[in-house]
Unconditional design. Structure first.
Length: 46
């Protein structure tokens, strides 16, 4: 695997982890205020 491929792979993994973290935080916040989780997920996608 070339250095460029490794860098791309690391960046893609990093972005995926960030997205998962943000979705988890959004779900927790929605649960705290009593929103439906499906609603929170649809707001995140806009």
């Amino acid at each position: 695997m070339s250095t460029q491929q490794q860098a791309r792979s690391l960046m893609m993994r990093h972005q995926h982890l960030i997205k998962n973290r943000q979705e988890s935080m959004l779900s927790r916040a929605a649960a705290e205020v009593g929103l439906d989780i499906g609603f929170a997920a649809s707001v995140d996608r806009k």
